[in-house]
Design a protein around this ligand. Structure first.
Ligand SMILES: Cc1cc2nc3c(=O)[nH]c(=O)nc-3n(C[C@H](O)[C@H](O)[C@H](O)COP(=O)(O)OP(=O)(O)OC[C@H]3O[C@@H](n4cnc5c(N)ncnc54)[C@H](O)[C@@H]3O)c2cc1C
Length: 473
C-alpha cells in the first residue's frame, strides 16, 4: 500500500479545548537536544543559569545520532583546502595545515569522546573531519549535561508557545498528556525552529528564486567491509573519485543495467572509528519539506528503498563489500528547512569573503556545500584558504519575537550561507553562544537582543570558545 496521501481538500475541524500540566519554571529552556541544543544547555548552565533541556526523542545528539549523520565536518581553516573532506583514511588526502576555529563546548566534548575511543581526532589524515561512534556520543552528551546540572526531559515534542509576563510558556505533547514549561528565555534548537515559528517569528524557506531546499538523505552504516580490498580498489581507480565522491563508472554501469535508479551520479562514503565499517551519505530525495508530514513520510519510504538498492549494488559490484551488510539506518536526514529572519542575515558573500563582524560569537571555515535541490550534483565553494568568517550574535535573534533565541541550522542566513554554517561543530558553537546570551539576559533582566555582544564574547572566551583575536578579550 502507498503511504497515506495528503488530503485532496483542506477541511479544518475544531478540537476540544484542553489544559496542560505546569511541569517546570526555569531561567533558560533549551528545546532540542542536537548539537546546538547541547551547546546551548552547557553554555547557559556554565554561565550560571538554571537550565531545562527538552527533546522529542529518547536520547541526545540530534542528526548525529537520530539520523546517523557522520562525521563531524571540518572546523579548521586549512591553508590549502582539498576538494572535499574525507574520513575514510583510504583516499589520498591533499589537505594543508589548519587551525581549529571552534573550541569551547565542542572541544571539551571531543576530548571526552576521543579519550573513550568514540572519536578519531581531526588531522590532515582525516581531512580535519571527526569520525565518531554515535552510541558513545549519546552517552558522553548525557554525562556532560548531567555534570553541568542541566535537567533533561525526553519524549516531549514542542507543539506551541504563548507569551507569559516574563518570557514564554512552551507546550509539549507527551505520553503523560500535554505539559507546559515556563521560561524567562527559550533557546530554540529544534533545527526546524518549531518554537520560534509558533511564536510568530518570520522565516524563509529554500532558494531565493524558487523556494527549493537541499535534498533529504537517509544515512546508513554497513559493517563487515573488507577495508583493505576496498582501499586497494580505490587506489587502483583514481578516475572513479573526486575526494570522497566516487564510483562514477560502476554507478553508470549499474544504472544502465537497471540495477540502480538514483537521483545522484556518485556515492559519498565516510569512515568511522571502526575499521570494518563505512557510513553512506548516498541516498537523495528532492522536492520535499521537513515541515510537511506527507513529504517526510514519502522521503522515509523512498530513501529506504534507495538504501536497499545501494547495499545490493556495493555487495555485487564493489570490491571489499561482498560480505558487508547494513547494520543500521537513521531517520531521514533534513539538511534545510526554516531559516529565521534575524537582526542580521548572513549571506553567501559573507561566507566566501571570510567576513568579520564586531558581534562575532562563533567562526566557520566550512565551504558552501549545496546538494542540488533538483537532482544530481553538489556545489562546493571555498572560504579563502586559512580564513574563516564570523557568525554575528544578531543572526541568532529572530525578528518580532523577544525572550527567544535561535541556534544551529535555523539561524538567520541565506540558502547559500546556510549550506556552510549548518555543520554540526558550528551548530554547537552557535548553541553555546545562544546559551550564554540567554543566561546573561536572565541575570541582567534584559531582552536577549539588548545584551551587549562584548559581554557574551567575554563569557564565551572564559568558557574556552574560540573567537577572532580582539573579540571578548
Ligand atoms: C544527510 C545529512 C548529512 C549531513 N552531513 C553532515 C556531516 O557529515 N557533518 C556535519 O557536521 N554536518 C552534517 N550535516 C548537517 C548537520 O547534521 C545539521 O545541520 C546539524 O545536525 C544541525 O544541528 P541542530 O542542533 O541545529 O539540529 P538537529 O541536529 O536537527 O537537532 C535538533 C534536535 O531537536 C529535536 N527536535 C526537533 N523538533 C522538536 C520539537 N518540536 N520538540 C522537541 N524536540 C525537537 C530533534 O529531535 C533533534 O534532537 C548533514 C545533514 C544531513 C541531513
Amino acid at each position: 500500500m502507498p503511504p497515506l496521501p495528503r488530503p485532496a481538500q483542506r477541511t479544518e475541524v475544531t478540537l476540544p479545548p484542553r489544559t496542560g500540566l505546569l511541569a517546570s519554571s526555569t531561567d533558560v529552556l533549551v528545546v532540542g537536544g542536537g548539537p546546538a541544543g547541547f551547546g546551548a544547555a552547557i553554555g547557559a548552565a556554565d554561565a550560571g543559569a538554571e537550565v531545562v533541556l527538552v527533546e522529542r526523542y529518547g536520547f541526545l545528539g540530534g542528526n548525529a545520532t537520530v539520523a546517523l549523520v557522520m562525521p563531524l565536518m571540518s572546523f579548521h581553516n586549512e591553508r590549502k583546502q582539498a576538494l572535499v573532506n574525507d574520513s575514510t583514511r583510504i583516499l589520498p588526502t591533499d589537505h594543508g595545515e589548519g587551525e581549529p576555529v571552534v573550541a569551547g563546548v565542542l572541544g571539551r566534548m571531543l576530548q571526552r569522546l576521543t579519550a573513550e575511543g568514540g572519536a578519531i581526532p581531526p588531522s590532515r589524515e582525516t581531512g580535519y573531519t571527526v569520525p565518531f561512534d554515535p552510541e558513545q556520543l549519546k552517552l558522553v552528551l548525557q554525562d556532560m549535561l548531567d555534570e553541568a546540572g542541566v535537567r533533561v526531559l525526553f519524549h516531549s515534542f514542542a507543539s506551541g508557545t504563548a507569551p507569559v509576563d516574563d518570557g514564554h510558556r512552551v507546550v509539549f505533547e507527551t505520553k503523560s498528556g500535554p505539559i507546559v514549561i515556563d521560561a524567562r528565555v527559550v533557546v530554540d534548537c529544534t533545527g526546524d525552529g518549531d518554537v520560534a515559528a509558533a511564536a510568530g517569528a518570520p522565516y524563509d524557506v529554500g532558494r531565493e528564486e524558487d523556494d527549493l531546499v537541499q535534498p533529504m538523505t537517509l544515512q546508513f552504516r554497513m559493517v563487515d567491509v573488507m577495508t583493505p580490498q576496498f582501499a586497494h580498489y580505490v587506489r587502483d581507480h583514481p578516475e572513479q573519485w573526486r575526494g570522497v565522491h566516487g564510483l562514477w563508472n560502476l554507478i553508470r554501469d549499474a544504472t544502465e543495467a537497471g540495477e540502480l535508479e538514483l537521483p545522484r551520479e556518485d556515492m559519498l562514503f565516510f569512515g568511522t572509528p571502526h575499521p570494518r565499517e563505512i557510513s553512506f551519505n548516498s541516498t537523495r530525495v528532492t522536492g520535499v519539506l521537513a515541515t510537511d508530514v506527507w513529504d517526510l513520510t514519502c522521503a522515509e519510504v523512498v530513501s529506504r528503498r534507495q538504501m536497499a538498492q545501494i547495499a545490493r549494488f556495493v555487495r555485487d559490484r564493489v570490491p571489499g563489500f561482498a560480505e558487508a551488510y547494513v547494520a543500521q539506518s537513521g531517520m531521514i536526514g533534513v539538511r534545510e528547512s526554516r531559516r529565521f529572519c534575524g537582526d542580521y542575515q548572513i549571506t553567501g558573500h559573507d561566507v566566501l569573503a571570510g567576513r568579520k563582524f564586531p558581534d562575532g560569537i562563533a567562526q566557520c571555515a566550512y565551504p558552501v556545500d549545496i546538494h542540488n535541490p533538483e537532482g544530481s550534483g553538489t556545489l562546493l565553494r571555498r572560504v579563502p584558504p586559512g580564513e574563516s568568517y564570523d557568525i554575528p550574535l544578531r543572526s541568532l535573534m529572530p525578528r518580532e519575537v523577544d525572550a527567544l533565541i535561535v541556534a544551529g541550522r535555523c539561524i538567520s542566513g541565506t540558502h547559500v550561507a546556510h549550506s556552510s554554517y549548518r555543520i554540526m561543530p558550528v551548530c554547537m558553537a552557535t548553541g553555546q553562544a545562544a546559551g550564554v546570551c540567554a543566561a546573561i539576559a536572565v541575570r541582567t533582566g534584559r531582552q536577549p537582543r539588548d545584551v551587549p555582544a562584548a559581554d557574551v564574547q567575554r563569557v564565551l572566551r572564559a568558557q574556552g570558545a574560540r573567537l577572532r583575536d580582539g573579540l571578548g578579550e
